[in-house]
Write a protein of this length. Structure first.
Ligand code: SF4
Ligand code: ZN
Length: 306
């Protein structure tokens, strides 16, 4: 089987398009597609500093490789930020990989832990929950978003880049719809040019399976241990459901993605997303009430400690 682009031995077949590619042409296509997404949504501007959020998983390490390659020929700089949630036995392997890759690429990196920022590790916070209605991942996500904002500001970044891929976007959309949270759908639009500290997802138009192959074919080392909380939420079920649909009807994920872009565009411009922004009385972060949701969560957990 020959590569459709260069006639070398093909190593990957894109089921949804029928295209067959060798490893090199496949990798080039990933870099090109990422560059196209970045330029389509004006994700990075001249002279900006991009904080690449690297967890040590395949998506974020693949993003680091691609975006580092682009930074060598484009007018922007990158630094790596890594968030340590404080999950015993899980994050340590990842932190070692992140350090190694950053040293090899000669990219500056800094680690920020929940413990330092909130005086609680994730596991301590989970133990202090009143009940398990708040899932591990939703609590972790609340802390992570704040930790990444803090980290990006701390290193003087203009933009935070995360390794979220197309599958992540679809899963988040379905989760938001199933929980009746249509406001969050508006936040999913990749066109984020209006915010001050922009959050970008340069892989948002690439299938997870392609990122996996990119990491594999480029010998990117990534964390083998999954988070022990990974299967507690509904995300894994939705992920499996969407994978099943895609295996039976190639391209269905692309179709859903296109619908999400259209729906999120409408939601973004609707009134439900124009709540007035204020600053949290406790930490100064932007929020919509007097005290931000993170400060409320932390003080609630702390009150359970005593
Ligand atoms: Fe946090 Fe959930 Fe990810 Fe584990 S799987 S790191 S708990 S968001
Ligand atoms: Zn606050």
């Amino acid at each position: 089987m020959a590569c459709d682009r260069c006639k070398n031995q093909a190593a990957y077949t894109r089921k949804y398009s029928g295209e067959k590619l060798c490893s090199q042409c496949f990798s080039k296509s990933i870099v090109k597609k990422t560059a196209k997404t970045i330029s389509k949504y004006k994700m990075i501007k001249h002279n900006e500093l991009v904080a690449v959020a690297v967890s040590g998983g395949k998506d974020s390490l693949a993003l680091l490789k691609v975006i580092h390659e682009m930074s060598l020929t484009h007018n922007f700089k990158i630094k790596v930020i890594t968030i340590d949630e404080g999950i015993p036995g899980y994050r340590n392997e990842a932190l070692e990989i992140v350090k190694k890759v950053c040293l090899e690429l000669n990219v500056e990196y800094k680690i920020y832990s929940y413990k330092d920022l909130f005086d609680l590790t994730l596991d301590e916070a989970l133990d202090l929950r009143e009940n398990e209605k708040t899932s591990s991942c939703s609590m972790c996500g609340t802390f992570r978003r704040r930790a990444m904002d803090y980290a990006a500001k701390d290193i003087g970044a203009d933009v935070i880049a995360t390794g979220h891929n197309l599958d992540d976007t679809l899963q988040t959309f379905v989760i938001n719809m199933l929980s009746g949270d249509t406001t969050k759908v508006g936040w999913m639009n990749p066109d984020t040019a209006v915010n001050s500290l922009r959050k970008i997802k340069p892989f948002c138009e690439i299938y997870e399976s392609e990122i996996v192959f990119y990491a594999f074919t480029n010998d990117i080392p990534f964390q083998s241990e999954p988070c022990p909380h990974m299967n507690e939420g509904i995300r894994t079920d939705i992920r499996e459901f969407l994978n099943l649909l895609e295996s039976q009807r190639s391209g269905i994920k692309n179709n859903l993605y296109q619908s999400i872009i259209k729906v999120s565009e409408v939601m973004k411009n609707s009134n439900s997303n124009t709540k007035e922004k204020t600053n949290c009385e406790k930490c100064g972060s932007e929020c919509t009430g007097n005290v931000c949701s993170v400060c409320i969560l932390v003080s609630k957990l702390k009150s359970n400690q005593t």
